[in-house]
Ligand binder design. Structure first.
Ligand code: ADP
Length: 228
């Protein structure tokens, strides 16, 4: 199995047309290996969300190739893209979006049940994920009974519930204080390495970005390495 998990080649994304056209990505190239965490640091409006949406198959680019696990996704029909997204990709957002009436454990179990896993196996995996995230003792609490950092760790565990190859995190610590951000980032790193997944984490936090394996930015629509 190749180490390359995600490969973007010469990806272009233009919104609108004619005089109103905005060329957000103009030939973005990026490779993510298994077990690798790449931080994406760029000013607001540079195209971070656009890049993450394209990597996560939520948007089709205007041009270029997006390969996941060696599969050329531009050739796939919408239905196949949806399946790939559901089974191979996990998302973490700035706000946790947990279901308020369910416990931490249930929030992680649910996507597994939807994917066809049995209740017993799904519950066991949820417990194991909560342990990796250091919040096993909070399994039966509802989101409102958890701190911001705990809520975000549950959201990360949920993103990993179906063993995605790729985790895309958009400002996952943007809402947390520095010490809590550290804990959440450490838990996310442990998880990525244990599952041999890959991760792109968009963040404004330079201290966290330095702890990633690599830092990249977007300059005039292209992905470039960034030294912090
Ligand atoms: P970032 O996440 O770095 O702040 P975005 O990817 O959200 O940047 O946006 C990059 C640029 O593309 C911005 O100028 C934004 O206004 C524009 N943009 C994003 N999505 C759309 C869209 N669906 N239609 C038109 N313009 C868009």
């Amino acid at each position: 199995m190749s180490d390359v998990l995600l490969s973007l080649r010469d990806v272009r994304q233009t919104y609108g047309d004619g005089e109103a056209a905005v060329n957000v990505l103009t030939g973005a190239t990026l490779t993510i290996n298994r077990g690798e965490i790449v931080a994406l640091v760029a000013p607001s409006g540079a195209g971070k969300s656009t890049l993450l949406h394209i990597c996560g198959l939520l948007e089709r680019p205007t041009g270029g190739d997006v390969d996941i696990d060696g599969e050329r996704t531009s050739k796939l029909a919408d239905r196949q893209r949806t399946l790939l997204r559901r089974h191979r990709i996990g998302y973490v957002y700035q706000f946790h979006h947990l279901l308020p009436e369910f416990s931490a454990l249930e929030n992680i179990t649910m996507p597994q049940l939807i994917a066809g896993e049995g209740q017993g196996t799904a519950d066991e995996r949820s417990k194991a994920l909560l342990d990796i995230m250091g919040i096993g003792h909070r399994a039966h609490h509802r989101p409102a009974e958890l701190s911001g950092g705990e809520q975000q760790r549950v959201a990360i565990a949920r993103a990993a519930a179906n063993r995605p190859s790729l985790v895309l995190a958009d400002e996952p610590t943007g809402n947390l204080d520095p010490a809590t951000s550290d804990t959440v980032f450490a838990a996310l790193s442990d998880l990525i390495r244990q599952q041999n997944a890959g991760c792109i984490i968009a963040t404004h936090n330079h201290d966290l970005a330095r702890r990633a394996d690599r830092v990249v930015t977007i300059v005039q629509g292209k992905v470039e390495p960034l030294a912090l």
